[in-house]
Write a protein that binds this ligand. Sequence first.
Ligand code: TRP
Length: 334
Amino acid sequence: MKKTILTGLRPTGNLHLGHFFGAGQNYIKLQDDYQFYLEIADVQALTDNFNNPEKVRKNVKEITADLLAIGLNPEKVNFFIQSQIPEIAELTVFYSNLVTVSRLQRNPTVKAEIAQKKELFGEKGESITYGFLGYPVSQAADITAFDGELVPVGDDQLPLLEQCREIVRKFNAIYGVTLKEPTPYLSKTTRIKGLDGNEKMGKSLGNAIYLIDEEETVTKKIMGAVTDPEKIKKDDPANPEKCMVYYYHNLVNSEENCRLVCEECKKGARGCVACKKELITHMNEFLKPIQERRKKYEENPELIEEILKKGTEKAKEKARMQMKKVKEAMKIDY
Ligand code: TRP
């Protein structure tokens, strides 16, 4: 029997290079060898977008199209929509007894997110909602509803995985061994820097290249990317390690070309504008096959609907079976 993978993505925007080189590549690699459930986590997205349901709804399809475009095969990956699986909501209620409020308040991921969302949750997090504070519990329900053993995620998700493992251990200790403790599966490159040199590429930071970006947009963004600030003139020698253009060459250009870029940059034999133009060509080449695959789904949106419908049906079956075990263990199997 193949082991089960469960992972999720919040549908709040399109995928960018950070997603691709982070989790995306892992998904592609893992899809052949595992029973793979991929959750479009719309309920989780609503925890901090409860006032913007249109945005979440639109992005369910957008993100599914992006994932198909990077090469996930819907025959191998079971795409499903979180809100359509009532068992996840039920499990969230049961697990909420096994988690203290202070433990959630100490969760580093949740803490960091509350600090970022001041307009929603207040300057000091004083307006935090029950739902947002509790989303790690709901994420534990996502994972365990499908008996997820392996969870491919970025390192920012490790505290959430740890929270899930704690819930599983507590559940098993009280109600008898029923649930599996999931293991995180980290990406080799867990984080891609932004065009501005920021440690993280992110939508809110405005420093991302999206997989759907057209040539013109890519050109504009790369032309504005941060280079070594000490390089003033075209033939000044510079330090490629301080240059985001070199950093991105390493993602989409060949090893041999990158070596050349590095050498020439250090010698002052390469101007930044020419170097950026070269990167633009390679970036567009990298994005082209992804965008071509995406086009098929853009032109036939009913294909996406069909994939989500079929996947959600299959996910429902699995969650129903798991719920039966949980209710028996908890002695609420009336
Ligand atoms: N919290 C994850 C994110 O923000 C998304 C997610 C939801 C998830 N449910 C999950 C990840 C279950 C792993 C497992 O990206």
